[in-house]
Write a protein that binds this ligand. Structure first.
Ligand code: PLP
Length: 354
């Protein structure tokens, strides 16, 4: 039986792409070769990379607006330092909304002064700070749009007069935003985009070239832009499956269409968390993520019963992160409404039995 996969990442991908992705391992484009054994310089793969880069910009509505899309390696964690390496000359601002922002701050401190403009650390990151003032003279402001571990999501982005950088690893392509307000967006593939192994970076070219330090070639965005994201061997298969996933999303109607589905899924689950007295949500209501719902049981004695029930229902990956505890239901783009229905049924069944 195929599981209802609520994992936080790597996580569920659209099952529709698996057939094509598997066939490409056996015989890619009827070439008699596997995609795993072709040259990344072959026309077949260059076409894949070009389409992946074009689809990323198209889905974000950024085509023809001075942005470049890159598929790099080293995960979003490498972007924590690469953003600072390339853009931090003296002082940058960070909004600290969770573990991943914290890690980004730690790396950036190696390159200059970091101002923690706002933080929700004192409340174990259960809300998104608001109403803060942004100091002048920042080289950039860095945000994390969705906090995978804590289940919070920024709904309104600050207006700034410096470049705006956003880690969108866990909600890229999930909701309509004016993506043109950002100067650099990065996202590890392994949630809404594809398998682990590649990281999307979308960057407005004109913010580059402003720092005085020497930047090693591999960590310099300009290197990768000038080589069409082919400076070194890319993660061929991860880029290919990401491209298939972006095609799938485009055929579905793009980000607007998936946002409607994601909103319905999140509403169904959060309504159950609200109405069922056996559960309580972790994140502040107005900041709740449509991608990761964090919640716990109000009566810890029911843990064994609940855990047995969801596992028997074929649910996978519901345990919360250790820094929050309880449960986390990740509802990425590829998770169906049916899977949410199964989880909600288990939760209400527990209430009936308790
Ligand atoms: N940023 C966010 C919001 C994440 O959720 C994660 C991983 O889950 C990361 C960064 C780190 O990504 P990676 O493992 O690709 O370095």
């Amino acid at each position: 039986m195929k599981k209802h996969n609520f994992s936080a990442g790597p996580c569920i991908l659209p099952q529709d792409v698996f057939q094509e992705a598997s066939q490409a391992i056996l015989d890619f484009n009827d070439s008699g070769l596997s995609i795993l054994e072709i040259s990344h310089r072959s026309k077949d793969f260059v076409d894949v990379m070009d389409e992946a880069r074009q689809l990323a910009l198209e889905l974000l509505g950024l085509e023809g607006k001075g942005y470049k899309a890159l598929f790099l390696q080293g995960g979003a964690s490498t972007q924590f330092l690469m953003t600072a390496y390339n853009l931090l000359q003296s002082k940058a601002g960070y909004i600290n909304t969770g573990t991943w922002s914290d890690k980004a701050i730690k790396e950036a401190k190696l390159f200059g002064e970091i101002v923690e403009v706002a933080s929700s650390k004192e409340a174990n990151f259960n809300y998104i700070p608001k109403g803060y003032s942004i100091p002048e003279g920042l080289d950039y402001l860095h945000l994390t749009s969705n906090n995978t571990i804590f289940g919070t999501q920024i709904k309104d982005f600050p207006e700034v007069d410096c470049p705006l950088i956003c880690d969108m690893s866990s909600d890229i392509f999930s909701r309509e935003i004016d993506f043109g307000q950002f100067d650099l967006i990065y996202a590890g593939a392994q949630k809404n985009m594809g398998p682990a192994g590649t990281t999307l970076v979308v960057i407005r070219e004109d913010i580059l070239g402003k720092v005085t330090r020497q930047i090693p070639s591999m960590l310099n965005y300009e290197t990768h832009i000038s080589k069409g994201s082919m400076f070194n061997t890319p993660a061929v298969y991860a880029v290919y499956v990401s491209m298939l996933t972006m095609r799938w999303l485009k055929n579905l109607g793009g980000v607007k269409a998936i946002e409607e589905i994601n909103d319905r899924k999140a509403t169904l689950l959060y309504s159950e968390i609200e109405l069922n007295p056996l559960f309580k949500g972790f994140a502040a209501k107005e900041d709740r993520s449509t991608m990761n719902a964090t919640f716990s049981l109000t009566d810890g004695d029911l843990k064994d019963a609940f855990d047995t029930m969801w596992k028997e229902a074929g649910i996978n990956g519901l345990n919360g992160h250790r820094s929050v505890g309880g449960y986390r239901a990740s509802m990425y783009n590829a998770l169906s409404m049916d899977s949410i229905g199964v989880l909600v049924d288990v939760m209400s069944e527990l209430e009936r039995k308790a």
